[in-house]
Design a protein around this ligand. Structure first.
Ligand code: ARG
Length: 463
């Protein structure tokens, strides 16, 4: 970017008798980051200009000149030949100045019935809306990778944990489907958020509206907004939509971080349930044997910066009186960084999940540890007439005996088991096996392979 320091106070020079210092210019300028809004800004300006021409506030020729000038500016920006100037403070003034240089007076008429306050609010809404659409797509891709893995492992036995201790056998497919549920809710949340984002602020002007006979509905329609912001003060000062969007992203990152933690645990050689493809891991500069799960570790770490942005934005807004204040310029960097972080994370996770290698043997043998079918034995006794609390106690004694003897419940003989309850029969061994335990949980939401497959089908129909 060209570091031009203004000799005067560029946009409003007549009112000012001394220039801003280079430091103040750098401190108050936003073009270094809000140039990312350029295409949204142009889109918004074109819709505004078309409306101005339609209601007769500018001529058709002016509108055509604006369209042609904006076309050129778009190309200059795309090809990186646009000269951004810090002296012109922000993206809006940079584009307007270039337009005026290119087309003369018609460019100066564009800002009729508009302020940068409603302009920037519109730009941000367009930008967040496009980002929501990109995130929705990225979530769909991650979900599809999870569904494919879940399908392949609908019947792969693994231990389910509570308190990070082996609790009951489950299927790996079922475990992955829990994440499919989380990411599906994230998608729904983004869709809800989009409806509130997709309202047009333009027309609010600086804060009070405008005395020109504008047609806000026309602008809204052209920009694809669902409706109009209904109060001009709120239109220019509301950044709830930015906070809500970042909140949705914080939840996505929380889910990603939980998944990361599990991938890291599953991959440690001590557990050895999975392996991640080499391209998502790195080695150690000193220990030649190491293969570290860098991608999930970084994702777990990056959740922190997105939470930070959420708190930053809430704090940014909390003390602002109505209507617009320059504080609002500080909403951009957190939102851009949130969007970049979450988009990259979802994209890399979709690829990484698709490449997970499962070590079925170690998952299965871990599922045998920790008396994971003890609840099945209690349920078996209940089905034979024992009250659940009595069944719980009988099985607790059996587990105690197993711990002493170093045996799993399925390794006891029938007579050994009958010591704990005379209701136990030969068929008990079916329920003491992990496959039987898993298959028995065949109701909506259960871990049985046929239920996992039903859930996969349901989600595939949804997408
Ligand atoms: N760069 C400013 C922002 O991001 C644009 C709006 C400026 N409005 C103003 N009244 N100074 O919020």
């Amino acid at each position: 970017m060209a570091e031009q320091f203004s000799k005067k106070n560029e946009g409003w020079s007549g009112r000012f008798s001394e220039p801003v210092s280079a430091l103040v210019q750098r401190y108050t300028g936003s073009v270094g980051f809000d140039h990312r809004l350029a295409f949204c800004d142009i889109e918004g300006s074109l819709a505004h200009a078309e409306m101005l021409a339609h209601v007769g506030l500018i001529s058709k020729e002016d509108f055509r000149a604006i369209e042609q000038g904006m076309g050129q500016i778009r190309e200059e920006i795309s090809s990186n030949s646009f000269q951004w100037s810090l002296a012109l403070e922000d993206v809006h003034l940079n584009i307007e100045k270039r337009l005026t240089d290119l087309i003369g007076d018609a460019g100066k008429r564009l800002h009729t019935a508009r302020s940068r306050n409603d302009q920037v609010a519109t730009d941000m809404r367009l930008w967040v809306r496009a980002t929501i659409d990109a995130l929705t797509q990225a979530l769909a891709e991650l979900k599809s990778a999870l569904l494919n893995q879940a399908e392949q492992h609908a019947a792969t036995i693994m231990p389910g944990f509570t308190h990070l201790q082996v609790a009951q056998p489950i299927t790996f497919g079922h475990h992955l489907m829990a994440y499919v549920e989380m990411f599906s809710r994230d998608r729904e949340r983004l869709a809800d958020c989009r409806a509130r984002v997709n309202q047009l602020p333009l027309g609010a002007a600086a804060l009070a509206g405008t005395s020109y006979p504008i047609d806000r509905e026309r602008v809204a329609k052209r920009l694809g907004f669902d409706g109009l912001c209904q109060n001009s003060l709120d239109a220019v000062s509301d950044r709830d939509f930015v906070i809500e969007f970042t909140g949705c992203c914080a939840l996505i990152m929380m889910h990603i971080s939980r998944l990361s933690e599990e991938l890291i645990l599953w991959m440690t050689p001590r557990i050895g349930f999975i392996d991640l493809a080499d391209r998502f891991c790195t080695g150690s500069s000193i220990m030649p044997q190491k293969k570290n799960p860098d991608v999930p570790e970084l994702a777990r770490g990056k959740s922190g910066r997105v939470y930070g942005h959420l708190i930053g934005l809430l704090t940014l807004m909390k003390g602002q009186p109505l209507a617009y204040n320059k504080d609002n310029q500080e909403d951009k960097e957190p939102v851009f960084d949130t969007a970049d972080t979450v988009l990259d994370t979802l994209r890399v996770f979709a690829e990484m999940v698709a490449g997970i290698q499962v070590n079925q043997g170690s998952m299965r043998s871990a599922a045998f540890e920790g008396y994971s079918t003890a609840t099945d034995l209690a349920d078996y006794l209940v089905k034979r007439g024992l009250a659940f609390r009595d069944a719980h106690e009988a099985v607790a004694l059996a587990v105690k005996a197993g711990v002493q003897a170093g045996k799993d419940l399925s390794e006891f003989s029938l007579t050994e088991l009958q010591v704990f309850s005379s209701l136990i029969d030969q068929d008990v061994f079916k329920v003491l096996q992990v496959d039987g335990s898993v298959a028995a949980r065949s109701h909506a939401g259960g871990t049985a392979p046929d239920q996992v497959r039903a859930q996969i089908r349901r989600h595939r129909q949804l997408t």
